[in-house]
Design a protein. Structure first.
Ligand code: FES
Ligand code: FES
Length: 161
C-alpha cells in the first residue's frame, strides 16, 4: 500500500492505495465521493469522468497513484459556493438532460471541460465531444440542448424530447 495525497474539490486528502487501485475507486471507496459512477470500468461509458488538473479524465483509466499531487474535481465539487446548482447542472435540470441519472455526473463533468475550452460550442461540436459518454437512457438530445443553454445560446427552436 502507498499513501496517496491529492486535492479533491479544494480539500487536501490522503488515503492508502494499492498500486493497481483506480482513481475512480480511490474517490468512491476511499473518499466516499460516490457521485462519480462506474458503468464499465473499461474506458467506454464516461460515467466516471472527473477533472484532473483541469482536464476531463475517465477516472477508471487512471491509477490513484498517478494522481499524486493533482487537483481533482468531482461532481460533488461542481455546485456553487452557496450550495446552489452550477449553471451547467441547472441547465440539465431545466432541459431534462437526465432520466435515470446514471450518466449525469460524467456528462456534467465532460460538459464543463468542453465549455472551458469552447464557451459557445455548436450542436455538432457538443455531440462530437460527448462521443466518449454513453447515456443508456439515450437522452442525448436534451443533454446537448442543456449544454447549449448552459453556454448562453438560444435553444428555444430546438425541439423538446
Ligand atoms: S466506468 Fe470509466 S469509462 Fe465507464
Ligand atoms: S440518464 Fe440514464 S444513462 Fe443517461
Amino acid at each position: 500500500m502507498t499513501t496517496v495525497t491529492m486535492t479533491v474539490n479544494g480539500r487536501e486528502v490522503s488515503g492508502e492505495a494499492e498500486p493497481r487501485m483506480l482513481l475512480a475507486h480511490f474517490l468512491r471507496e476511499g473518499q466516499r465521493l460516490t457521485g462519480t459512477h462506474l458503468g464499465c470500468d473499461t474506458s467506454q461509458c464516461g460515467a466516471c469522468v472527473v477533472h484532473v488538473d483541469g482536464r476531463a479524465v475517465k477516472s477508471c483509466t487512471m491509477l490513484a497513484v498517478e494522481a499524486e499531487g493533482a487537483e481533482v474535481r468531482t461532481i460533488e465539487g461542481m455546485a456553487n459556493q452557496d450550495g446552489s446548482l452550477s449553471v451547467i447542472q441547472q441547465a440539465f435540470q431545466d432541459h431534462h438532460g437526465l432520466q435515470c441519472g446514471f450518466c449525469t455526473a460524467g456528462m456534467v463533468m465532460s460538459a464543463a471541460a468542453l465549455l472551458a475550452d469552447n464557451p459557445k460550442p455548436d450542436e455538432r461540436e457538443i455531440r462530437e465531444y460527448l462521443e466518449g459518454n454513453i447515456c443508456r437512457c439515450t437522452g442525448y438530445h436534451n443533454i446537448v440542448k442543456a449544454i447549449m443553454a448552459a453556454s448562453g445560446q438560444d435553444v428555444s427552436a430546438m425541439a423538446a424530447e
